[in-house]
Ligand binder design. Structure first.
Ligand SMILES: Nc1ncnc2c1ncn2[C@@H]1O[C@H](COP(=O)(O)OP(=O)(O)O)[C@@H](O)[C@H]1O
Ligand SMILES: [Mg+2]
Length: 296
């Protein structure tokens, strides 16, 4: 069996190397495939995918990254070619589901309509709407619609700041995504799901800062299902609702309402921090899951 690992980067990331190592331990071959090198053809009604003009001989693929800051057209091409590939072999995560997961609005909408708890959220291109929303909710988080690592997320308390920020974003051709600010107890949770079960979970703790991404300096601390059974259950349900095979689910408690909310579902999660905090390498579970799909 051979599994392709698809990424846009020229160098191998830590997670790619973990996947390659886990595969070789399970006697599975791997090939590193750069997404920009994939082409697709319609030939006499048949759909074919090639890599640098040669046929791919892989039984499945794991999608690890499609690029950052690319144009809409490049993004669409990459996802379109990956969807062509997914018609032939299992691609994990499914490209169409990955597109939805990458968009914070679409994924929260899908979670909410599946009855899962998400914070009140709003998306707009109108600075007046942003101003009124901030005035109404008091404290809001403005996030990039397709961001990660906590980069670019900002706490906005002043309706005029919201107006200014959204006016600037709109003039740059960018939407504004606002979410009610949750008063967290100094940490949030990252729960890693593969298939229909949790393989590892951690608390992300930070003092004096509201962003608890490991990339923002938070430290991880392993948790188990008996510590946070509700979070483990919600994470599995979120991954199912978004039709993903694996994901890193972010959840947070709100001290004000006592509620637990799903913040986002990462379909291309990093796991360096999780591995360090929990001693669990998700790669071996992902490889096993993909191999099971091929054998089915
Ligand atoms: N509505 C919110 N209220 C309070 N903290 C939030 C809220 N949304 C996100 N955060 C915090 O900001 C950080 C990044 O949020 P997240 O939505 O996961 O985006 P990213 O894709 O950048 O990781 C996390 O530490 C999370 O706990
Ligand atoms: Mg996150």
């Amino acid at each position: 069996m051979k599994i392709g690992i698809i990424h846009y980067r020229s160098t191998l990331s830590e997670s790619t190397m973990d996947l390659m190592k886990a595969a070789s331990e399970q006697n599975i071959e791997t090939e590193y495939i750069r997404v920009q090198g994939l082409d697709s053809y319609i030939k006499g009604g048949d759909i074919v995918v090639k890599y640098h003009d040669r046929d791919l001989d892989i039984d499945a693929a794991i999608l690890r990254g499609v690029g950052m800051f690319m144009s809409l057209e490049v993004f669409m091409k990459r996802m379109g070619v990956l969807e062509a590939l997914a018609r032939k072999i299992p691609v994990v995560n499914d490209p169409a589901s990955s597109v939805i997961a990458r968009d914070k609005w679409r994924s929260l909408m899908q979670l909410a309509s599946s009855g899962l708890p998400v914070p009140d959220t709003m998306v707009t291109e109108n600075p007046f709407t942003a101003m009124r929303y901030t005035a109404r909710v008091g404290r809001a988080v403005l996030k990039p619609l397709m961001g990660s690592l906590g980069l670019g997320s900002a706490l906005v308390e002043d309706p005029d700041i919201a107006f200014q920020l959204s006016r600037g974003l709109t003039s740059m051709g960018l939407p504004s995504y606002y979410q009610v600010f949750l008063d967290k107890p100094g940490f949030d949770l990252r729960v890693f799901v593969v298939g229909d079960r949790v393989v590892a979970g951690m608390k992300r703790i930070i003092e004096g800062k509201w962003k608890t991404n490991i990339a923002q300096g938070a430290r991880g601390e392993a948790i188990s299902e008996s510590d946070y059974p509700e979070a483990f259950k919600l994470a599995v349900e979120a991954v199912k609702a978004l039709k993903l095979d694996y994901a890193g689910v972010d959840l947070a408690f709100d001290k004000k309402t006592g509620g637990l909310f799903i913040l986002e579902v990462n379909a291309f999660p990093q796991w360096h921090g999780l591995k360090q905090a929990t001693g669990v390498d998700p790669a071996k579970f992902i490889i096993r899951h993909v191999a099971d799909k091929v054998r089915k």
